[in-house]
Design a protein around this ligand. Sequence first.
Ligand code: SIN
Length: 305
Amino acid sequence: MGRTTVSLSGWELDNPVIPASGTFGYGQEFSELYDINCLGSFSFKGTTLHPRFGNPTPRIAECPAGLINSVGLQNPGVDHVLAVELPRLARFYKKKVIANVGGFSVEEYAEACRRLDASEQVGILEVNVSCPNVDHGGMSFGVSPEAAAQVTRAVKAVTKKPVYIKLSPNVTDIVPIAKACQEAGADGLSLINTLLGMRIDLRQRKPVIANRMGGYSGEGIYPVALRMVWQVYEAVKIPIIGMGGVSTAAEVIEMMLAGATAVQVGTASLIDPWACQKIVEELPQVMEQYRIESLQEIIGGAHHG
Ligand code: SIN
């Protein structure tokens, strides 16, 4: 095991750095910039059973410490991903990928996951019950412990792959939802998705985003994400993939000390497409600075101080 190796449900990653879903497509554009095999893995764009065109534009509002998006789960559908995106990915990416799955009913989540279960290229199913940008689905499953547990059980019944549930921060208390997923059989948790936010255009006196509200991500949400990873780590035994505003190697380490086994980097890649590569390269030097021998050993380390 290397010094930066971490293990997610028995899957060894060379390092804990994982581009977050929705910020890395299906890998192709970034592979034209650098060899993406340097990453721990990456989580592909949230994929649903059927293709989706997404929300009306404008979908993006820039903010001083991040951005708001309301993409609306635009994606080509799971069959296209299996037939086109994953075979293309295999040409330049030799590791397993995290399959991020969205849905509008329990049955849809389960069916998309059942189809992805057949792919050798998928290491983990990351089930997104926290998209704030769609009606009658997405986040509505992630704000109730019962609904999140129902999705977890349905997906677990159709796959042998590890199932990680991606949780929403748009709740009074994330802990009961995390516990409900664990009790329903989740192998791990990913947190946090974006915070519901909005901006208003002063000239037009109307919301910037066509859908009015969207998910706020980027550096501004990092302390909130860190706090939630900390709280969930104290409450569950399953691994956590931490995310939310991470943009440096030091923040990856901080997130791991709070309880994350691996860390996703999202909006940082939209500001600097080489951000994840730079974080991977900087990790050994930051480990040296803080006298860290092995990353696997520091997970949750701040709880025992
Ligand atoms: C979107 O496609 O609207 C973003 C996905 C998400 O926030 O879960």
